[in-house]
Each structure stands twice: as structure tokens, then as C-alpha cells.
Design a protein around this ligand. Structure first.
Ligand code: NAP
Length: 241
């Protein structure tokens, strides 16, 4: 089979490694990261040009199946995949790791969007560990009363908060490292999107009694959904083309 794998996540890279020996895999990245980790199989980089562009690509490249393993917050790409696959008659599978759930000792405040997070934030704390990624920093630009330590893989672009220290780093992170960061910067609140996956920062926040401002995911796309790369392999085998 020829698989188009919409990537940009650890799970997508893992899936490419699992199926590249058996199928032709083309991983697609948006091109947001200048030095992305290379997956097994073929790699293409850059947008398709909306739903029509993606539909044209599926036809031109004779794609048999699309696997959307993008980040849970990449809602535009996921929506385009649903529409383009329906238009061309290509099956679509979504791979989404589960979101996080609060446990004993957690003080979480769930909000629906980055803007809602920015509105609530000053009531939770003034020294902020911001881990929403560089595209999520602009939403907090108006909060002059807060100080931010913002961690991202690439430097932020666009508007940023006045009191900002940027920490360029890429996971995985350890609980010890996250605890040390929170303590050293005297963080009073942690802001994160509900991305799921390894949760060292959430464990460290719980241990230190630091509240968490958690931005909810957009709704999952309307398509068959699995939560791991292994489950995706099973689904692809059952498709059996
Ligand atoms: P988005 O808002 O859903 O997508 C915006 C546009 O970027 C899409 O319409 C598409 O352009 C292009 N695009 C997105 N993902 C693509 C892919 N895998 N291959 C080719 N084009 C893609 O996406 P985003 O939130 O900016 O995220 C961009 C990428 O970063 C995604 O692949 C995602 O997996 C990864 N990522 C996102 C986050 C996050 O928090 N959003 C976190 C970690 C990684 P066209 O319309 O021109 O096709």
C-alpha cells in the first residue's frame, strides 16, 4: 500500500518506522521546524494548498490510505484530511494519543482555548511556566503583569509578552529537570495544552503544589481513531490492500 502519513509527532515517526518495511510510506511535515527528526521512508515538507491541494496530491500520488498522526491541536490539517479523503474516496485513520486526566493532588483549571487561558491566568499566578509551544505564546502578549518562562523548540515569532524569557529545548523531559526548572524560576503556575504523552511537567507541578492551566483539545476529527502506532499497524493490516 502507499500510505500518506501526516506527521509532526513522535507517534507518527514511530509509525513510519513500523510500516516502512511493509508499505510505501510518505511522511508529510508542515515545515515548522528547521531541523526535523527524519522518519523512515519518504519525506515531503510543506502545506498541500488546502483541501483541494491535498485531494489533488492523493490522486497524483495514487495514495491508498491516509493516516493523520498530526498533533491533537493541528485541527486545520485534520479537518482538511477528512474532507480530501472523502472527496477522493481514500480511507482515513486518525492516530491520537489520549489526553491527560487530573489525579489526586492535582490542581488543574481546564479552559477551552489559549485566549481563555490568558484571561484566567493572572488570577492563578504571576510567574508562569508557559509550555504551549511557540505558536501559543502570542495569546499571552497582553499580560504585562505576568512574567513568563516560555519553552519551545524554535524561537517565537510575532507578538510576545513584555516580560519573557525563552527557553529553547525539545523533549523528552524528566521529572527532576522539570522540578528544578519550576523551583529555580519560582513558577507559580504551569500553562500547557492537553497534548497527552509523557507528563514529567505535570508530575513535577503536582509534587510542588503548582496549579496547572490546561487548554482543552479541539474535537477529534470524524474518522476511525486509534491511540497508538501499534494499533494503527493492526488497523492497516485489517485494511489489507
Ligand atoms: P494546522 O494549524 O492544523 O495546519 C495549518 C496548515 O499547515 C494546514 O492547513 C496545512 O497547510 C499545513 N500543515 C499542517 N500539518 C501539515 C502536515 N503534517 N503536512 C503538510 N502540511 C501541513 O497545524 P499546526 O497546528 O500549525 O501544526 C503544524 C504541524 O506541527 C502539524 O504537522 C503538527 O503535527 C505539528 N505540531 C503541532 C503542534 C501544535 O500544538 N499545534 C505541536 C507539535 C507539533 P495546507 O492547507 O497548505 O495544506
Amino acid at each position: 500500500m502507499r500510505i500518506l502519513l501526516l506527521g509532526g509527532t513522535t507517534e507518527a515517526r514511530r509509525l513510519a518506522g513500523l510500516v516502512a518495511g511493509e508499505h510505501t510510506v510518505i511522511t508529510s511535515l508542515a515545515g515548522r521546524t528547521t531541523d526535523p527528526l527524519r522518519p523512515a521512508g519518504e519525506l515531503r515538507i510543506g502545506g498541500f494548498g488546502g483541501v483541494d491541494g491535498l485531494a489533488g496530491y492523493l490522486r497524483d500520488r495514487d495514495v491508498d490510505v491516509v493516516v493523520d498522526a498530526t498533533h491533537p491541536f493541528a485541527a486545520t490539517m485534520s479537518g482538511h484530511a477528512v474532507l480530501a479523503c472523502a472527496a477522493v474516496g481514500v480511507p482515513l485513520l486518525v492516530v491520537r494519543r489520549p489526553g491527560w486526566t487530573a489525579g489526586p493532588g492535582d490542581e488543574w483549571h481546564r479552559v477551552a482555548s489559549l485566549d481563555a487561558a490568558a484571561a484566567l491566568l493572572p488570577r492563578l499566578g504571576r510567574r508562569v511556566f508557559l509550555t504551549t509551544g511557540r505558536q501559543g505564546i502570542a495569546a499571552f502578549a497582553g499580560l504585562d503583569e505576568c512574567w513568563f518562562l516560555a519553552r519551545s523548540v524554535e524561537p517565537p515569532t510575532g507578538v510576545t509578552p513584555r516580560n519573557l524569557e525563552v527557553l529553547l529545548d525539545r523533549g523528552p523531559f524528566t521529572v527532576d529537570g522539570e522540578r528544578e526548572l519550576l523551583v529555580r524560576h519560582r513558577a507559580e503556575v504551569l500553562v500547557t495544552k492537553d497534548s497527552g504523552g509523557p507528563a514529567a511537567k505535570l508530575v513535577a507541578a503536582r509534587e510542588l503544589g503548582v496549579p496547572v492551566l490546561m487548554v482543552d483539545r479541539p474535537a477529534a476529527p470524524d474518522a476511525p481513531l486509534v491511540s497508538t502506532a501499534d494499533a494503527a499497524v493492526t488497523w492497516l493490516r485489517a485494511l489489507g490492500r
